[in-house]
Design a protein around this ligand. Structure first.
Ligand code: DQA
Length: 144
């Protein structure tokens, strides 16, 4: 099983960025955690991060036929990007939406998730652990 973990804008600044909300671990630490989880689960995992909406659309399109599942935190594009929603619908790859913070308890503009409308499962507000839970969900719920 091959998984791709996609992170959107500003998630490369984990650790620096609003640590009270997103924690003190940096993006490199997240990458290490994802790779360790892949080993534990016996799956392959790759990571991709971009600050650009079109690059995220390209990554989702290019995942078609390559990856069996996606873990996706679109960052702020969660709340704005119909293009990312459409890309997920186009490729139909089972996707788990992850948010580090509990967006349901934050500003009104964070209450809509376009990308989430095409996701099979959602893990919200579990910190970086949420990515590992998303990988586990895919490993347990996708056909091998
Ligand atoms: C986020 C929540 C979004 O609202 C925000 O724009 C982010 C991070 C999260 O992981 O909690 O960039 O997706």
């Amino acid at each position: 099983m091959k998984l791709l973990v996609i992170n959107g804008p500003n998630l490369n600044l984990l650790g620096l960025r609003e640590p009270d909300i997103y924690g003190r671990q940096d993006y490199a630490a997240l990458c290490d955690m994802v790779r360790e989880q892949a080993q534990r689960l016996g799956v392959e995992a790759a990571l991709y991060q971009s600050n650009h909406e079109g690059d995220l659309v390209d990554a989702i399109q290019q995942a078609y036929g390559v990856y069996d599942g996606l873990v996706l935190n679109p960052g702020a594009y969660t709340h704005t990007s119909i293009a990312i929603l459409d890309a997920l619908k186009a490729v139909g790859i089972p996707t788990v939406e992850v948010h580090i913070s509990d967006v349901s308890q934050r500003e009104p503009f964070r209450q809509i998730s376009y990308a989430g409308m095409a996701c099979r499962h959602h893990i919200i507000g579990h910190g970086l652990r949420g990515y590992l839970e998303a990988m586990q969900w895919l490993a347990e719920n996708l056909p091998r």
